[in-house]
Ligand binder design. Structure first.
Ligand code: PLP
Length: 413
């Protein structure tokens, strides 16, 4: 659509079927939060839950809360809840540990299923921790495995009969490019490789169909679009057909067939709990349930529709108003090919992002040069898109970003 004024966007907000969700979140006054792809905003009910888990379940219930407050089973009860958000069956998901740690476990399991092969296919430009974790695993295995790095356009060709497993991220963290989960998984299976998918930038932002795509293993953050809270335990999925037929390296008591028999030797439980290692960050798990519950009440198709529209409008407005300052779109132009984020390239991206922060527009910087703007449809308004571009235009036109204080890199960008 051709947007001319803020009122055009206010009109969209009035008919937005998701608009009611904004009231369920705390958003600081004067902030336009375009970083829900890094850390989702806080649902108001999360503060209540945090208080309850600490002051009631912990303080009063003490160790008894393991049973009475359901602490012990949180990884599976929340896994069962979150499963439909990624198209998984109720017994195929646990919430546990960090995404990177879960990736380590599932890639190890996948490689063991193909003991005669030595290649893992990954996207080289992927969020680096995935590469680091798999590099660490291969070093530890010491069996001559290598990573074959490929980019989006060469992905299918890179998957041949030497490949034991692919480990691919669905939506690219920097560009927002979406990879074809069904086609890439089908190619992996056609050559006899296992398919591991990372859903960090897609879970809660768009429909995901792990079962429909026949995916073997998957992981995802819950602190991004699912609003589970800082450091919230991550999602881990294993297709039911593999249950009881794989091994994973972090064989702690929570994955044992009978943890409270205290047997000397490890004996894996045959279901999804085999991916658990030990005592979980219980307060974090409890708080994460709030974000999951909100997500379950929202229609993921409406979320995706709003996300595509918001990112389309953002691109349109930035190009309309800021093109003369040298901003280059690095995200796919076709909304169907793009996740819920937009990145623009500018050599001075870092100081521009810092100047935006000073004006309450919270986005982030991903070296080299990428200014990354995430759009979380549950709590953003279309009018926020207008206001964010307004600030960006002001900063570029006034050259406010040239101030000295914006040039110094902070530890976290
Ligand atoms: C956000 C993100 C992670 C984060 O991993 P942690 O273990 O939670 O630090 C990993 N991989 C991808 C692709 C991500 O986008």
């Amino acid at each position: 659509m051709a947007v001319k004024a803020r009122t055009d966007l206010e009109a969209l907000d009035r008919t937005d079927p998701l608009s009611g969700f904004r009231n369920e979140f705390f958003l600081p006054e004067g902030v336009i939060y375009l970083n829900g792809n890094s850390l989702g905003a806080m649902p108001l009910a999360a503060a209540e839950r945090a208080k309850r888990v600490v002051e009631h379940e912990w303080a009063r219930g003490l160790i008894g809360s393991m049973n009475s407050a359901g602490w012990y089973t949180l990884p599976t009860t929340l896994g069962r809840k979150i499963a439909p958000i990624v198209g998984a069956g109720p017994n195929e998901v646990v919430l546990t540990d960090a995404t990177g740690i879960n990736l380590y476990k599932v890639v190890a399991a996948a490689l063991k299923m193909q003991p005669d092969r030595r290649v893992v296919v990954m996207e080289g430009s992927n969020f680096p921790t995935n590469n680091y974790m798999v590099q660490g695993l291969l070093e530890q295995l010491d069996k001559g495995h290598t990573i074959r790095f490929a980019e989006a356009d060469g992905m299918l060709d890179a998957i041949d009969e030497d490949v034991a497993a692919i480990c691919i991220t669905h939506v690219h963290y920097k560009t927002g490019n979406i990879l074809d989960m069904a086609a890439i998984t089908a190619k992996a299976h056609a050559v006899g490789a296992a398919a591991v998918w990372d859903l960090c930038h897609s879970a809660g932002a768009m429909p995901v169909d792990l079962n429909g795509c026949n995916v073997d293993f998957a992981v995802a953050c819950t602190y991004k679009y699912i609003n589970g809270g800082p450091g919230a335990p991550a999602l881990l999925y294993v297709a039911e057909r593999h249950h009881g037929k794989y091994t994973q390296p972090l064989t702690g008591w929570y994955g044992h067939a009978a943890p409270f028999e205290f047997e000397r030797d490890y004996r894996p439980v045959g279901d999804i709990r085999q991916m658990l290692s030990g005592t979980q960050p219980t307060a974090s798990l409890s708080i994460a349930e709030i974000g999951i519950d909100i997500m379950l009440r929202a229609d993921i198709h409406q979320i995706r529709e709003k996300s595509m529209r918001m990112t389309d409008l953002f691109i349109e407005l930035v190009e309309q108003r800021c093109a003369q300052f040298g901003v280059e779109l690095v995200s796919p132009r076709d909304a169907r090919q793009r996740g819920s984020q937009v990145s623009f390239l500018n050599d001075d991206g870092y100081p521009i992002v810092r100047a935006l922060h000073d004006r309450g527009v919270i986005c982030d910087y991903r070296a080299p040069g990428n200014m990354r703007f995430g759009f979380a449809p549950l709590y953003l308004r279309y009018a926020d898109v207008w206001d964010a571009v307004d600030h960006l235009h002001d900063i570029l036109a006034s050259e406010a970003w040239k101030e000295d204080r914006y040039q110094v890199r902070a530890a976290v960008t």
